[in-house]
Design a protein around this ligand. Sequence first.
Ligand code: 13P
Length: 254
Amino acid sequence: MRKKIIAGNWKMNKTLEEGMGLVSEISNMLKDEYTGSASVVIIPPFVHINAVSKLIAENSRLASGAQNCSNHKSGAYTGEISTEMIKSCGATFVIIGHSERRQYFNETNDWLAKKVDAVLESGLTPIYCCGETLEEREANSHFGILEKQISEGLFHLSAEQFKNLVIAYEPVWAIGTGKTASTAQAQEIHAFIRGLIAAKYDAGLANSITIQYGGSVKADNAVELFSAPDIDGALVGGAALQSRSFVDIVKAMA
Ligand code: 13P
């Protein structure tokens, strides 16, 4: 059975006080209302990770993560955050290659491959993001783009390393737009990604990898998305900023 993971990526939102309030609400609501199988990951801005991790320590369903990291271990890289720092603050996941990092900070697949290595070396779990833009989909080049993102960012890994990854398919045109991919569109890409992994490694490994969908996931589309055989959870943006909407998405996962 693949792990089901619902992650909330807060992006650059919430003060510390607001964030702590949100996490307390989520934690309590999950205890009261959810008996399903999903793990839930809270991914706040770096500066809140330590406090969030302490707050969720007693709720075994919850984990925390970072939205980015440096590919360097330590040293003179002003403003950067290393994987060991993230780990020491209690987080266990790190998002790598979110489309906003690719778009606004020019992060390339080759660059992201180094970050994936840094995350794995620290014993943390990368959530490696991939996804095409609207232009790429309209030009029907999305399969090629995804293949490049997956192969250049991840296929240098050994099968042993690859086991410790999570992948998130986030079509750029669905992020923050309210326009989610249809379940059929998302399922098609998830199966395609699994096929790439099977061809490079083997079917057993491909079948064991958690592949999340992200892009305008809401409580009212989550049930259908999660019914698809290759969709193993969600990476949620906007709807993760409120306890009710986020917990309702979690509850959509049996
Ligand atoms: P939205 O859920 O706001 O579309 O954001 C998705 C996302 O980018 C999560 O990483």
